[in-house]
Design a protein around this ligand. Structure first.
Ligand SMILES: [Mg+2]
Length: 346
């Protein structure tokens, strides 16, 4: 019998407790702070003298993800990563997660196990303990809620409200690639709906597709900053697009920002997709979401140190609040940045 025609197991054959046993049987606790994980009424954590960071996220089928082109394993991985990214954005290290899912009758045990294989893979990669959660049924589709818990030394958490005029604005990695990947997936989905026999060659899009389907959280950047003895003055992760995130920092820090268009880090493949779709690459970088890079500000005295940190680009400077948040073009003109994107230079 081949994989494809093997009989799938209905969830009702197992029941909720059978399903939970099946999904959590191989968990091995990694951290001393996890006193009790899965298996009691609640988990028990011991953080002694550290500060605790807690964040939660809810992903709903049809709103946040499309199962026609999102493999379940990737979805499980990404659902964990987006939460861990928020913990890193506080300059903290994630240690535990809880996972709750609501499932409709269309999901088999095998499908749920695929989802969990991605969740477990992310737990291994980022060294976090899965310590609990809940499973329930839903009328339609799949919903996943993940809560991540992390630790940070007292006084070392970095907030959105600490930026000061003169601070340098930095971003890790590159921007706009996840959105470029999403545009390609949507385009191919539309082609497939017209012609189900089409076999698109996606090799020219491997990087942007991976950025959309299997993003990573920037644990390495938080570690590199610590090693370089740089404590950012403010930080946020790029989930909704650079425009939206820099506005959050400036609003909470009561300041403006000068962003240099020429310094936005954009991958060559993102440039290529932008050209192909007749979109502006800078607009992709500013407004495309789901990059899960870190946007942060540093004291200008840390410039020499930041230049030694690989994968970080200085893209501008914090200015007083009356100068607004503006994007400066190569020719010197500037335009106000809004959460929705931006218009032509004025
Ligand atoms: Mg965030």
């Amino acid at each position: 019998m081949t994989e494809a025609n093997k009989k799938l197991t209905q969830l009702k054959e197992l029941g909720e407790f059978g399903l939970i046993d099946r999904l959590t049987k191989d968990i091995k606790i990694k951290h001393a702070s996890t006193v009790k994980g899965v298996g009691d009424d609640a988990a028990v954590l011991d953080y002694t003298d550290k500060e605790l960071v807690v964040t939660t996220d809810l992903l709903v089928e049809g709103i946040h993800f499309d199962l026609t082109y999102t493999p379940l394993k990737h979805l499980g991985y990404k659902a964990v990563v987006v939460n861990l990214s928020d913990v890193y954005a506080m300059n903290a290290i994630p240690k535990q997660i809880t996972v709750s899912i609501a499932l409709s009758g269309k999901f088999s045990l095998e499908a749920v196990e695929l989802l969990y294989s991605g969740i477990h893979k992310a737990c291994e990669h980022y060294q976090v303990d899965l310590i609990g959660g809940d499973t329930t049924s839903s009328v339609t589709g799949l919903a996943i809620s993940i809560t991540a818990i992390g630790e940070v030394e007292k006084g070392q958490a970095v907030y959105r409200n600490g930026a000061n005029p003169g601070d340098l604005i930095c971003v890790s990695g590159d921007l706009g690639s996840a959105y470029a990947g999403l545009q390609i997936l949507n385009r191919e989905k539309a082609v497939y709906q017209v012609n189900p026999n089409s076999q698109p060659d996606m090799s020219a899009y491997d990087y942007v597709l991976e950025r959309q389907l299997k993003p990573e959280a920037r644990k390495d950047i938080v570690e590199a900053l610590k090693k370089a003895a740089i404590k950012p003055t403010s930080m946020i992760d790029v989930s909704d697009g650079l425009s939206s995130e820099i506005l959050h920092i400036c609003k909470q820090s009561n300041c403006g920002a000068k962003i240099m268009d020429a310094d936005l880090p954009i991958d060559a493949q993102t440039m290529h997709v932008a050209e192909e779709l007749n979109m502006d690459a800078s607009l992709l970088a500013l407004s495309g979401g789901e990059d899960y890079e870190l946007l942060f500000t540093i004291n200008p005295d840390d410039l020499t140190k930041i230049n030694l940190v690989e994968g970080v680009q200085v893209i501008g400077e914090i200015v007083p609040a009356d100068q607004e948040v503006r994007l400066y073009g190569k020719s010197g003109g500037s335009t106000a940045i809004t959460a929705q994107g931006w218009n032509a230079y004025s």
